[in-house]
Design a protein around this ligand. Structure first.
Ligand code: RTP
Ligand code: MG
Length: 141
């Protein structure tokens, strides 16, 4: 059975502001993943609320939405063999402080103390989530 998948990657406002878009894309391409579509988006609140619906009500929800609204985001549709799990390995664990060296968050992330939301990238976490999130961010095309 083919395990060719597509996933949504977001280069969050901290990644774009720190001029890391090229470096993050380089790592994705070096891994052999294919770039299928790309958009630069200054996201509105309704898009972010739909994207982060699972986190509504959590203490970090409001600061997370405000951070994601704070500047442009690069949205990527990428494809590859088991890319959903593979990209999350490439990204590293959620908190850049302890993300492994060799990962995007481990190599490029900063220790912002409790400010975990500034962790450079997002990647969908399952086939169902990837389909839902790709429809949200690429519904225009
Ligand atoms: P992502 O969804 O962004 O790929 O990251 P993830 O699966 O590793 O993390 P998730 O649990 O889905 O959380 C989504 C984003 O919320 C921010 N966050 N802040 N305790 C906190 O302050 C906290 N926990 C999570 C991060 O930006 C995380 O990526
Ligand atoms: Mg997540």
């Amino acid at each position: 059975m083919s395990q060719l998948e597509q996933t949504l990657v977001l280069i969050k406002p901290d990644g774009v502001a720190r001029n890391l878009t090229g470096e993050i894309l380089r790592r994705i391409e070096a891994k052999g993943y294919q770039l299928v579509d790309v958009r630069l988006v200054h996201a509105q609140r309704d898009l972010l609320a739909a994207h982060y619906a699972e986190h509504e009500g959590k203490p970090f929800y409001e600061p997370l939405i405000q951070f994601m609204e704070s500047g442009p985001i690069v949205a990527l549709r990428i494809s590859g063999h088991r890319v959903i799990e593979g990209f999350r390995v490439l990204a590293g664990t959620t908190d850049p402080t302890t993300a492994a060296p060799g990962t995007i968050r481990g190599d490029l992330g900063r220790d912002w103390g409790l400010n975990v939301q500034q962790n450079l990238v997002h990647g969908s976490d399952s086939v169902e989530t990837a389909e839902r999130e790709l429809a949200l961010w690429f519904s225009h095309s």
